[in-house]
Design a binder for this molecule. Structure first.
Ligand SMILES: [Zn+2]
Length: 134
C-alpha cells in the first residue's frame, strides 16, 4: 500500500486506511462485473456471426449488456424470464431508499436508465431490491 503522507492526523490516517481497505474489498466484485459484461459483448458478436440470435444464450448477452426488454422478449427459460423481469422492475423503481434498513450489494448491473454499471442492492430489513446509485 502507498504510504500515507505525514501531514495527516492520526484520525485522518485511520480514515484513509479504512477507506483503502474498503476499496480493496469491493474491487474484486467490480472487476467481476466488468469482466462479465466484456465477455457478454464478445459472446454476442460471436453468436451474431453464427446467426444464433434466437438462443437463450443470446438473450443472456442482451441482458448483461443492459437491453433487458429485448432479452425478456427472447428468452425461453421460465426461471430466467422471471428473474430478469424482477431486475427490470428494480431498475425502473425510484432510486430513493425503501427504508433505513442496511443494504446488501448483490452485484452491479448495466442500466441505461442510470447510465452505466449500477449497484443492485437488497434491503436487509424489508427485502426490496433496487438498482440505484443512492
Ligand atoms: Zn427497505
Amino acid at each position: 500500500m502507498a504510504a500515507i503522507p505525514e501531514h495527516f492526523t492520526a484520525e485522518e490516517k485511520e480514515a484513509i486506511t479504512t477507506e483503502l481497505d474498503r476499496r480493496a474489498l469491493v474491487r474484486p466484485q467490480h472487476d467481476n462485473d466488468s469482466e462479465r459484461i466484456r465477455e457478454a459483448a464478445q459472446r454476442k458478436v460471436a453468436l451474431e456471426a453464427s446467426n444464433q440470435t434466437d438462443a437463450d444464450e443470446y438473450a443472456e448477452c442482451l441482458y448483461e449488456l443492459g437491453d433487458i426488454e429485448a432479452a425478456l422478449a427472447l428468452v425461453r427459460n421460465v426461471r430466467k424470464k422471471e428473474l430478469w423481469g424482477e431486475r427490470l422492475e428494480a431498475i425502473l423503481r425510484p432510486d430513493e431508499p425503501c427504508c433505513n434498513g442496511p443494504k446488501h450489494l448483490i452485484r452491479r448491473q448495466l442500466s441505461p436508465r442510470h447510465g452505466g454499471l449500477t449497484p443492485v442492492v437488497q434491503c436487509l430489513a424489508c427485502g426490496t431490491v433496487n438498482v440505484t446509485n443512492k
